[in-house]
Ligand binder design. Structure first.
Ligand code: PLP
Length: 354
């Protein structure tokens, strides 16, 4: 598809890469295309970054028809810029779209518009260790009426934001509270879809945890509140008695690309990795018997986030003396090594943009 480009007449100065935070600064342009039932995707365009106007009855404002993705462009040690497994994000976006009755974007079209847009903004990719250009594709229902039905007009956009290192002061393990009241998602619901509504539903528990001095919550399943699902907005993994255990994808868990990559790295190195149901009772027992060796969250933003303390009801447990464990550190080094072009990508996960 041809993309019409309207260049920003006032390009901004690129920020100093040592002062970057997350998602506050945006690049000079944004990508937009629209879908109309019966017509398909059309009007692919790149325009100067800025506010968009929406009809007050726009579907997304009332019924939450919205999905998004998150991936990064990395500046390699040799100066070139590359993506990490972008096709996985595109496939997941289409799965999310299917769940919310939003239209599919054919994979080749999605990859074309993503790479053409990011290539245009590539000079915004910062070069300091740990920094990257965060890419946020998103899609929303944009009908101009209040009827409750699947949407006829959908808007798809991509915005990009240079982001700082997640670990400015080194990788410090975080304190996590097991949440036994609120749930993030239920089987049959939208847990496996990356949709904004899941985040809105999880904010209350996250806020409560923060007030008690915890970084995030560990979510339990929505039916029995018995099985571990995710940690905050990351997938979660444990090393229990020498084996790696991670909750299996039952439908209420978001299938993370970092999760998948961690599993593939570990299996390729001969680790035993179990994707299965893991109850909070089993976790508690492992903590009490000293069999829980490591625990960490994993996702694109942090890569891995070690857990140093777990609180369940009124019991507190320390994990690995509150320090990052060797498997967690190894996953961090391997994935960032591939992303930053420091170690050989034997999996074929990187996607060069220049
Ligand atoms: C995006 C996300 C993840 C992590 O997915 P990655 O592809 O690894 O970034 C995990 N859990 C939730 C709820 C998410 O939204």
């Amino acid at each position: 598809m041809d993309i019409k480009i309207e260049r920003n007449p006032h390009p901004a100065e690129k920020p100093d890469s040592s002062t970057l935070g997350f998602g506050r600064i945006f690049t000079d342009h944004m990508f937009i295309m629209d879908y109309y039932e019966g017509e398909g995707w059309k009007d692919a365009r790149i325009v100067p970054f800025g506010p968009i106007t929406l009809h007050p009855a726009s579907t997304v404002l009332h019924y939450g028809s919205e999905i998004f993705e998150g991936l990064k462009a990395y500046r390699r040690a040799d100066g070139h810029v590359q993506l990490f497994r972008p096709i996985e994000n595109i496939r997941r976006m289409n799965n999310s779209a299917e769940r919310l009755c939003l239209p599919q974007i054919p994979e080749d079209l999605a990859l074309q518009v993503l790479t053409e847009f990011v290539k245009l903004e590539k000079d915004w990719t910062p070069d300091k260790e740990g920094t990257s250009l965060y890419i946020r594709p998103f899609m929303f229902g944009n009908d101009e009426n209040l009827g409750v039905h699947s949407v006829k007009h959908t808007t798809f956009m991509i915005i990009t934001s240079p982001v700082g290192s997640y670990y400015k002061e080194g990788i410090n393990p975080v304190k996590i509270m097991i949440e036994s009241e609120d749930v993030r998602a239920v089987r049959g619901g939208t847990g496996y879809a990356k949709c904004g509504g899941n985040y809105a539903a999880s904010n209350r528990a996250g806020e409560k945890a923060e007030q008690q001095g915890y970084a995030q919550v560990l979510w339990l399943d929505g039916v029995e509140r018995k099985y571990i699902e995710e940690v905050g907005a990351m997938n979660v993994m444990f090393k229990i008695d020498g084996k790696i255990v991670t909750p299996k994808l039952t439908g209420s868990i978001l299938p993370g690309i970092t999760r998948k990559s961690c599993i593939e790295v570990l299996k390729s190195e001969g680790y035993e990795v179990e994707e299965r149901l893991l109850s909070v009772a089993e976790l508690e027992e492992a903590l009490e018997n000293g069999k829980l060796e490591e625990a960490w969250g994993c996702g694109t933003a942090a890569v891995v986030s070690p857990i140093g303390e777990l609180k369940y009801k009124d019991k507190k447990f320390t994990v690995n003396n509150g320090e990052i464990g060797p498997v967690t550190q190894h996953l961090y080094d391997t994935l960032t090594g591939i992303q930053w072009g420091k170690i050989e990508d034997k999996f074929g996960w990187t996607y060069p943009l220049d």
